[in-house]
Design a protein around this ligand. Structure first.
Ligand code: WQD
Length: 338
């Protein structure tokens, strides 16, 4: 017998779709709410193919309160995973108002609809960018917040709104999960990251160079104070991120309260290490060159994952070789995305 229905806003997106798979595997029924502004309806067929379950969809926009309320009219929702939003740092610098409107006002609408519908469990998709560059590694939940771009600010503001809401309504059970660098794809290669246009992030760019869709990778800087001079990040498999959401949901349903948790592996991987791991997975060499540093980049950034393990009993299970193998399978099976 299936467990409860979980509303997944942005459920046709990269992390949302993988969360839907993890929810089905845990016996929940995802209900996807998406406007397909940055995703494809094909994702739903793929999730159904993987899970062998019918996935409910309500098409709509988080900026339209009535459309969100329609979900609660059509379905008896037990909890919410809120992924819908914009997530490109560079774009947020160019168009901050759109980011504040969609990420902050959209989240307020979802929280308001939740309260109007008597639902009391929500998990928010946050980001490690709220920590900025003032902290020593590893980055823990007590590290200083100092977002350096509008995207990170929107995530910080929504976390503050959630904390105020919990303080005002004792019955709410909310969690914010701050991802470091989600990468990779489901092991079937049926769902994965499908960025529009030229990828801004390392992993999808690397995969497209390996597949011959792009000619060469530029390594942004090799004079950082790191083990090999290139940038170090905490790359976490998207299915580990998805599993963390189910663990947080189970925690909220059983223990309740307010959780703010960093979601990473605790391991730092350099750009050069990632290139070599991807070459092993793809069985081919990848053309790359050193270039200048990218504005806004920090040298090194990885999580302290101990609170996630202590509170949720969760830790990342998939290493960088699995990440690259799964990413490569998605890339060759879907050379042009969905
Ligand atoms: C990783 C490393 C680059 C591209 C971003 C967002 C963050 C989060 C994760 C949403 C850095 C280097 C990159 C390239 C390169 N997203 N690089 N050549 O900047 O750590 O984080 O994605 O929450 O909000 O900021 O990820 O993949 O862009 O960069 O050398 O063509 O790869 O300098 O060291 P980042 P990234």
């Amino acid at each position: 017998m299936s467990k409860d229905k979980i509303l997944v806003t942005g459920g046709a997106g990269y992390i949302g779709s993988h969360a839907c798979v993890a929810l089905c595997e845990a016996g929940y029924q995802p209900v996807i709410f998406d406007n397909f502004s940055n995703s494809s309806p094909k994702v739903i067929d793929r999730v159904e193919q993987i899970t062998k379950k019918g996935i409910s969809l309500v098409e709509g926009d988080v900026l339209n309160f009535d459309q969100i309320m329609e979900v609660f009219r059509q379905h008896s929702i037990k909890g919410i995973m809120h992924f819908a939003g914009c997530k490109a740092v560079g774009e947020s610098v160019q168009d901050p108002l759109s980011y504040y409107r969609i990420n902050v006002t959209g989240s307020i609408n979802v929280l308001d609809a939740m309260c109007h519908s008597g639902v009391d469990v929500l998990i928010f998709s946050s980001s490690a960018t709220i920590f900025g560059d003032l902290n020593a590694n590893p980055i823990s939940e007590s590290s200083t917040f100092s977002p350096k771009n509008p995207y990170g600010q929107t995530k910080r503001f929504v976390e503050e709104i959630m904390a105020d809401l919990v303080a005002s309504k004792a019955n709410l059970n909310l969690a914010t999960l701050r991802y470091f660098n989600p990468v990779g794809a489901h092991q079937t290669g049926l769902i994965g990251e499908d960025p529009k246009g030229i990828p801004q992030n390392l992993m999808p760019y690397l995969a497209q160079v390996a597949a011959g869709r792009l000619s060469k990778l530029e390594v942004f800087g090799h004079d950082y104070p790191t083990k090999d001079g290139t940038g170090i990040r905490d790359y976490i498999h998207v299915m580990d991120v998805a599993d963390a959401h189910v663990a947080a949901l189970e925690y909220l349903l059983s223990e309740g309260g307010y959780l703010a948790i960093n979601i990473g592996t605790g391991q730092g991987i350099s750009v050069l290490e990632l290139i070599h791991a991807f070459e092993r997975a793809a069985g081919r060499s990848i053309p790359w060159d050193f270039g200048p540093r990218r504005d806004g980049d920090v040298a090194e950034y990885y999580a302290d994952p101990s609170l996630a393990e202590q509170k949720l009993g969760w830790r990342a299970k998939r290493g960088i070789d699995t990440i690259c193998t799964d990413m490569w399978r998605w890339q060759i099976n879907n050379p042009l995305g969905y």
